[in-house]
Design a protein around this ligand. Sequence first.
Ligand SMILES: NC(=O)C1=CN([C@@H]2O[C@H](COP(=O)(O)OP(=O)(O)OC[C@H]3O[C@@H](n4cnc5c(N)ncnc54)[C@H](O)[C@@H]3O)[C@@H](O)[C@H]2O)C=CC1
Ligand SMILES: O=C1[C@H](O)[C@H](O)[C@@H](O)[C@H](O)[C@H]1O
Length: 344
Amino acid sequence: MTLRFGVVGTGAIGREHIDRITNKLSGGKIVAVTDVNLDSAKQTVEKHQLDAVIYPDDKALIADENVDAVLVTSWGPAHEATVVAAVEAGKYVFCEKPLATTAAGCMRIVNAEMKRGKKLVQVGFMRRYDSGYVQLKQVIDNNEIGEPLMIRAAHRNPTVGENYTTDMAVTDTLIHEIDVLHWLVNDDYKSVQVVFPKKTKNAHDKLQDPQLFTIETNSGIVMNVEVFVNCKYGYDIQCEVIGEDGIVKLPEFPSVVMRKNEKLSTSILNDWKYRFMDAYNVEIQDFIDSITKTGEPQGPTAWDGYIAAVTSDSCVKAQQTGEKEAITLQERPAFYSEKGLQTV
Ligand SMILES: NC(=O)C1=CN([C@@H]2O[C@H](COP(=O)(O)OP(=O)(O)OC[C@H]3O[C@@H](n4cnc5c(N)ncnc54)[C@H](O)[C@@H]3O)[C@@H](O)[C@H]2O)C=CC1
Ligand SMILES: O=C1[C@H](O)[C@H](O)[C@@H](O)[C@H](O)[C@H]1O
């Protein structure tokens, strides 16, 4: 069986995923695309030599009986409407983060999926498929460092554009740590507080950068997460878990070591496309294979998308108040029982 994808949004990551499904992964095929910028859709079909129909909008694409799965790579605010429509039509959905920009929007997707009575949605939280994070989770789950007590993490971009706003440090960037860290330690979040350190001269005048988030979990773990999106030196993701009996840290991305001009150096990546290339490949191959073998995706669910949205809302509130803000989740429905993500 070939899983036939319709793609909504042929921008940066949409084209990345189209390329990997077409040229690197197995079992998937792009059969339809749409974009509000139709020229982008046309250029994508031509560039990737796709045998795909170009639709005027997501609704027409979803109605195509040759589309088994909808790949949602449009702008975040557009995700909810497309995902709900696809679920209601019984289509599988791979939705890039965020699932929806509000917790209420995520709940509408959760309710639509539960009404359908079948898991259809996977959210593009690819760090759960990154080999470094998978190794971290294995160490923690095997109790090799004892109970986790603290986490120190950093999410650094070399630079962001003028359209990047202070709240996007949460909704667009921190959301990756929000998803992966509670998954790592098998614990739910309780509260968050934000501190704005001295602002870098490299941030545009409306952006607070860097930002420091202190997140507490129900069992008392304290996580300090730095978001610094104008660090200049590169794209750098760090994560260290401090436990009762030891410390485990995300490995540095592999790089050759150069000796030259009296210096010893290694390279640092400058873009998310390369840092998580393998994770993107594994998450989408897992989506294809799980659906083909079991009829359901097994990756991050719509409920994980809801958890991320609730936590994001609290983080944005904490940015505004400077106070410790509660993170309060509704009770997890049995439909989304904690099978957890199989280590891939
Ligand atoms: N998992 C990850 O590491 C990453 C995830 N993303 C997420 O992927 C999504 C897309 O991001 P980018 O590719 O960077 O953005 P982009 O701006 O490069 O591409 C988005 C495309 O969607 C189209 N679009 C917007 N609304 C639409 C609608 N209602 N229907 C059809 N097409 C629509 C736009 O015309 C544009 O071509 C975002 O949600 C972003 O958060 C982006 C980068 C990395
Ligand atoms: O989702 C992404 C990327 O994965 C980067 O990690 C972020 O820094 C970026 O802002 C966001 O679009």
